[in-house]
Write a new protein. Structure first.
Length: 206
């Protein structure tokens, strides 16, 4: 998924080369993504081929789903909405909150603001990634301890999931999986999308 997001368009052969996976594994995964509607085959580029069959290039279907990233900090909390290709469509600031219940309510309102700005339906949101300062338990969906927020053993994933109605993933705010990996090849792409594939298996299956 990282290679597909970063390259935009790529052939099966190049995908196998860039990931180090076998061609059979790439073919199997690609077929699953095609069947699920996440991936599309592009018309063959005959002009780029000198001989033999033209390579069929692949790209993610941007409108297949959308993802929300929420970054919580003591100073400035923000939310972003991105499409499946990682392009940021809308963002907003998250107002100050006094506890997890109020933060959850702010996130619910923020999601509504983002979908209005992007002119999409809320049902098309496939997942939400939440970055918190402190110690988190990703498997259990808990914030074990955050001195910044004053939280201990808060079941924040369940709270946000119940409020927004989409699969939710939590990580530490310093986790590069949630913040994404910088790429000079795709500078306009959002940094929130990779979390849903590298860290959030429930979302990646959609």
């Amino acid at each position: 998924m990282e290679a597909l997001v970063q390259r935009g368009e790529i052939s099966r052969a190049d995908l196998a080369l860039s990931t180090g996976l076998s061609r059979s594994t790439v073919t199997e995964v690609i077929q699953l993504l095609l069947d699920g509607g996440m991936l599309q085959e592009l018309p063959a580029a005959y002009a780029e081929q000198r001989r033999g069959r033209p390579a069929i290039r692949l790209s993610l279907r941007a409108a297949h789903g959308y993802f929300v990233g929420v970054g919580i900090s003591e100073v400035h909390s923000t939310m972003q909405l991105a499409d499946l290709c990682g392009r940021m469509l809308a963002d907003c600031d998250l107002p100050a909150f006094s506890g997890p219940e109020e933060m959850t309510a702010q996130i619910r309102r923020g999601v509504k603001q983002l979908v209005r700005a992007a002119k999409i339906g809320q049902k098309s949101i496939r997942g939400l990634g939440l970055a918190l300062p402190g110690i988190v338990d990703q498997r259990q969906g808990l914030c074990r301890f955050s001195s910044t927020l004053g939280w201990r053993d808060v079941a924040i994933v369940g709270m946000v999931r119940a409020a927004v109605g989409v699969p939710t993933f939590v990580s530490n705010d310093a986790d590069p999986l949630l913040l994404g990996r910088s790429s000079t090849a795709v500078p306009a792409r959002s940094k929130i999308l990779p979390a849903f594939f590298w860290g959030g298996p429930s979302v990646a299956r959609m």
